[in-house]
Design a protein around this ligand. Sequence first.
Ligand code: FES
Length: 197
Amino acid sequence: MANPPRQVDSSSPPSENRRSFFAVFAALVTGAIATLTPLAAGLFAFLSPLMRKSKSPQVRIALLGQVPDDGIPRYFPVITDREDAWNLYPQQRVGAVYLSRQPGSAEPIAFTAKCPHAGCQIGYAAGDDLFRCPCHTSAFNLDGTRERGDDEVAPRDMDKLPVKLREIELAEGGKVTEVWVEYVDFQTGHKEQHRTT
Ligand code: FES
């Protein structure tokens, strides 16, 4: 009589199964790290400019001689390098300021020409004793305060900017004094000042 066929147990012993499971798991983890590390580094390099805090530029606006001490505001464009998260745009117009110097004062005061209500350019006409915004009729005294206080549509006074004077030696001899302004762009529509960046 023929013997019954022998059954072959093809399954591996449990300890061998565990070893191969850990080997596959380790290979997967190593592969994931090898793939994700350069990806994460690339992503960080791409996004890091967004996390960078930009500082307000000091901008040379005028020579002191262009701002006589007669109290009359003078309008100057603000031209400086502009930077977004990834690009640098050299020497762009980023805004405008008014400089004025009171009689006997050595240093001018500076206001941004951007209206704190909605960002229109505030105007000044020679001989007027007010700055006027053409968009929604806000008016400001020459010291930057709102003419009608909280009754103006503009939620705050004109934004005053820090000023520094720098004396420069000329190559051909002599000196000039330059007016530099820390140009800050403020958000519009708020009672308090908030920087845009
Ligand atoms: S933008 Fe100046 S009053 Fe509205």
